[in-house]
Structures are given as C-alpha cells and as structure tokens.
Design a protein around this ligand. Structure first.
Ligand code: AMP
Ligand code: MG
Length: 332
C-alpha cells in the first residue's frame, strides 16, 4: 500500500490531494482546491501563479492533516507537469520538488489530461477502458487507450469548450465562470437559433460559432435562446466526435472529465448516445472531475508502481505536454 500526495496547478486552480491505493482502486483521503478568480477578463497566467504561490504551503499542510496522515507516511510526491500555463506549472512543480527533497521521497511529474482519465478508472466502479470526453476551460479532447498509448482521437482546433462558454458569458457580463450561468439561462429558452456546426475530420472548432452567437445578441435575440443554442450545438458536436471515437476503437464505455462535465445537458446527451450504443456512461464525482490534486496523486502512484522513476532533471515542466507523449507503462 502506498500513500501519495499530488499537486495540481495547470491553470486557474491549485489543488493538493492525498490518496491511498487499495488493490488497484483509488481511495481519496483528502483533496483541497483553491481557485483563482480574475477581477475582470480572462486568466492572467502570472496573477494565477501568484495566487497559487500564496496558497500552496497551507494547502499542503491542510491536505495532509485532513487525510489523517503524517508527512512521514507519504511515500511519493507527484505534480502536474503539463500541459498548462507556464507560470502556474512552475509554481506547482517548485513546491513539489521542495517537498520531495525535504521529505526525501521520490518525485513523479504527470500528464494532466491522462490524470483526468485515470482518476475515472481509479474511482468509478465498472469504468475500465473508456473513451474520455475531456471538457474543461482550456482543453477539449477525446482520448482513448490504443496500442500502448493514450491517443487523442479528436480535439478543439481553437479554444476549449469551457473558454468558449466563458468568453460568450463575459461579453454578456455573466461573471466568471459562466458555464453554470449559461446552463441555467438555457433552461428558459423558447427557441433554437441555428449556429455553425464545425467538425473537421474528428476535430472541433468553436470560434466561428462564438462569433455567430455574439452576432445574435447584437441583433436583439433573447439571451436564454442564445445560451440554449450554444449548448445544443457545441454539445452535439462533442457527442458526435465521442461517438465516432467509440465506434472506431470499439470501446463500450464513455467517461466524462473536466469542469464542463458538471453540465446536466451535456451529461444527458452523452448518456443518450451511450444508451443507443449499448455502452456504459460514467462521470466521476465532482471533486475528482474538476482539476484536482487527487487525480495527479493517483496517476503518480500508477506510474511509480509500474516502475517509472524521475530525477530532478526530468521534472522540468512542459507547457505543451501532449497526451500521446506519455509512455503508458501501467496498463495494457
Ligand atoms: P476546468 O478547466 O476543468 O476546471 O473547468 C472550468 C470550466 O468549466 C469553466 O470554463 C466553466 O465555465 C466550466 N463549467 C463549470 N460548470 C459548468 C456547467 N455547469 N456547464 C458548463 N460549463 C461549466
Ligand atoms: Mg483539467
């Protein structure tokens, strides 16, 4: 049995989680998160990193206390090595290195996107080999395991779905984050307004659709109807690409991950698609679905347990760390 502490810091959230492995499944002992909220506009990487730096020490000690363990009980430190915003990644990595050196424990850097998938397999009963629809602020990817690697079957060509919703909401002064507000407004819609449906191959593009939605607002259309149409169109695109990845890989499970997975309408659409295919649909509990330290801790454990070792020199961050760059040594 191993206890691992993971530090997540790719974007707006800094999180520290402590997990214990229980014969191949993940037991979360603690999982604390602090999210940076920009005063106005989008995330400023340097300000987000300052936010993370000011909270990380307390988060580490609170998370260890909440887990009911001592620092001496921790066997491994892991951190999100990428992809993400440089200053944020550097802050989390620096804290992880310092902690590993102080405790004289091994250090493992992990890929954030793969962690979203592995925490589903580790915590959700029955979830073994899913196609992951990973929908967050900055990232939108459809990921599945094939021939030794996690491969990206489709992804956004411009902004992430969460950023697309947040950008629209910001124009409408909905406050940050806008996803949940758009979801509420959409429930009061009375009509669907056509928006560009842009899937190119297996990839998605959201910026044209965003421009069209903003144009509807200038024409005086109802905000509720535009919110509804934004959701229906983007979620249909996401569901279509996910379904095609499932058909291609012949997988019988679909897993949601990322902040936008909280959206009930997205869940419903993906669930309908899964039911139609006779496949299983899974969503991890909210605390491990959003960016969090426990998923980083869990992937760190899986890698370490399968024999991966990292020196300090290997622990440099990688802002463009691709999902398929990871050598998957812990499963087949
Ligand atoms: P993450 O980057 O994974 O932490 O997710 C943050 C993103 O999730 C932000 O862009 C939010 O607007 C979005 N989000 C959170 N809750 C919802 C929701 N209920 N519906 C749509 N988007 C959401
Ligand atoms: Mg994420």
């Amino acid at each position: 049995m191993m206890i691992c502490l993971g530090i997540e810091g790719t974007a707006h959230s800094i999180g520290v989680g402590v997990i214990k492995d229980m014969r191949g499944s993940c037991h979360v002992l603690s999982n604390l998160i602090k999210a940076y909220q920009p005063q106005k506009g989008g995330i400023h990487p340097r300000e987000a990193a300052n936010h993370h730096a000011s909270h990380i020490a307390d988060l580490i000690s609170d998370s260890v206390r909440k887990a009911g363990v001592d620092f001496a009980d921790i066997d491994l430190i892991s951190f999100s090595q990428g992809p993400g915003l440089g200053p944020c990644l550097r802050t989390a990595a620096t804290a992880a290195r310092a902690l590993a050196l102080t405790l004289e424990k091994p250090l493992i850097g992990v890929n954030h996107c793969v962690a979203h998938l592995e925490i589903g397999r580790g915590t959700v009963n029955g979830c073994r080999d899913p196609v992951l629809l990973y929908v967050s602020g900055a990232n939108t990817q459809v990921i599945a395991f094939a021939e030794g690697k996690y491969r990206v079957f489709g992804e956004t060509l411009d902004v992430g779905i969460g950023n697309c919703l947040d950008k629209f909401g910001r124009q409408m002064d909905l406050g940050f984050p806008c996803g949940p507000k758009i979801e509420e407004l959409a429930k009061k819609a009375t009509q669907y307004l056509g928006l560009p449906y842009s899937i190119k191959g297996m990839d998605l593009a959201f910026s044209g659709l965003l421009t069209a939605a903003e144009a509807y607002m200038r024409q005086g259309k109802r905000l509720e109807d535009v919110c509804y149409s934004l959701q229906e169109t983007t979620f249909a695109m996401l569901t279509e690409v996910t379904e095609r990845a499932m058909a291609h890989t012949e997988k019988q499970e679909v897993l949601l991950g990322g902040g936008v997975a909280s959206n009930k309408r997205l869940r419903e659409m993906v669930q309908i698609m899964a039911n139609d295919r006779g496949a299983d649909f899974f969503v991890p509990s909210r605390d491990v679905c959003v960016d969090n330290g426990a998923m980083i801790a869990w992937l760190g454990f899986l890698m370490y347990d399968s024999g991966v070792r990292m020196s300090l020199d290997d622990s440099l961050i990688n802002q463009r760390f691709r999902t398929d760059m990871v050598e998957v040594t812990w499963r087949d």
